[in-house]
Design a protein around this ligand. Structure first.
Ligand code: TRP
Length: 335
């Protein structure tokens, strides 16, 4: 039984690829902790993923299971967290329809997240309407679960702002029905990719995945960006912008050791290969148990579908309650 006094969390990921180290420190680790204190709902946002991947549905479909496996492997527990699939909750698009009346097209076009994404995606046939309105559908995801808190990264802030505008507008027109959610901003900044240039992202090929094997992790670490002017072992090296040190700061538990390595590197005498071997060992040790649990879960596909089915049925019940309140606030017929 879920404790009714627990605050509610709703968060999600688009199933467009496997999750990686950036997700692990940016959101997953946090969710493992949050599931004990909160009523946590995690949505695999396949409908949202389709708004810019509608021509490659098989990619979205396959990644639903990949993302689920990543969740389970790191320790998100379906007994504690409702893990569900967005497209299996029909109340969500229905709520979206009512919210669409409460936003203007120019307001959607001004949303900084959307603007940035449009720039990156270069839709050659024009901006799909479904894409432009996905912030409204995201407002529906959040409010359908009556969420108090939405843990997200900084790039999602404009979406939360837009959600709260919709909530306020709804409440002012139809009477106080919806709750304004608060953002729970991730404390860790976006993890830089192994290239040292951009945030870790599957589309940039600078990722380390949670199921990479030891050899792959090793070779990815060996090719990591360091200090390009640190050519000879005895040259003094730079710490700032050195990806290996960024990762050591993020993943090494022994800060004394990291600080001592930083001193040696700055002074000269610590080679990149030695340093990278040290990091590779840490990451291999971190990922190995996750990869192994992932394999175990992957072996029982039936159980995976069962988790998604149960989670989505549970989510549907929660969303149905909200939909009823919304429809009655709008004075629509309900029987
Ligand atoms: N937009 C989020 C992302 O790209 C995914 C998402 C969909 C989401 N609906 C949500 C996140 C609701 C938080 C709350 O990762």
């Amino acid at each position: 039984m879920q404790n009714k006094t627990k605050k509610i969390i709703l968060t999600g990921d688009r199933p467009t690829g496997k999750l990686h180290l950036g997700h692990l420190i940016g959101s997953l680790t946090n969710r493992i902790k949050l599931q004990d204190e909160y009523e946590q709902n995690i949505m695999i946002a396949d409908t949202q993923a389709l708004t810019d991947n509608f021509k490659t549905p098989e990619k979205v479909r396959q990644n639903i299971l990949e993302v689920l496996l990543d969740y389970l492997a790191v320790g998100i527990d379906p007994q504690k967290t409702t893990i569900f699939v967005q497209s299996l909750v029909p109340q969500l698009p229905e709520i979206t329809m009512y919210y669409l009346n409460l936003v203007t097209v120019p307001r959607l076009e001004r949303n900084p997240t959307i603007k940035e994404e449009i720039k990156l995606r270069k839709f050659s046939e024009g901006i799909p309407a479904g894409f432009l309105v996905y912030p409204v559908s995201q407002a529906s995801d959040i409010t359908a679960f009556d969420a108090d808190l939405v843990p997200v990264g900084e790039d999602q802030l404009p979406l939360l702002e837009q959600c709260n505008e919709i909530v306020r507008k709804f409440n002012s027109i139809y009477g106080k029905t919806l709750k304004e959610p608060k953002v729970l901003l991730s404390k860790t900044p976006r993890l830089i990719g192994t290239d040292g240039k951009n945030k870790m992202s599957k589309s940039l090929g600078n990722t380390i995945y949670l199921d990479d094997n030891d050899d792959i992790i090793y070779s990815k670490v060996m090719s990591m960006y360091t200090d390009p002017n640190h050519i000879h072992v005895n040259d003094p090296g730079k710490i700032e912008g050195n990806t290996v040190f960024t990762y050591l700061d993020a993943f090494c538990n022994d800060m004394d050791e990291v600080n001592s390595l930083k001193r040696q590197y700055k002074k000269g005498g610590l080679g990149d290969v030695t340093l990278k071997k040290f990091l590779a060992e840490i990451l291999i040790k971190l990922i190995k148990p996750i990869r192994e649990r992932r394999r175990e879960f992957a072996a029982d596909e039936k159980k995976l579908y069962e988790i998604l089915k149960n989670g989505s049925e549970n989510a549907e019940k929660k969303a149905a309650k909200t939909l009823k309140k919304i429809k009655s606030a709008i004075q629509l017929l309900t029987f």
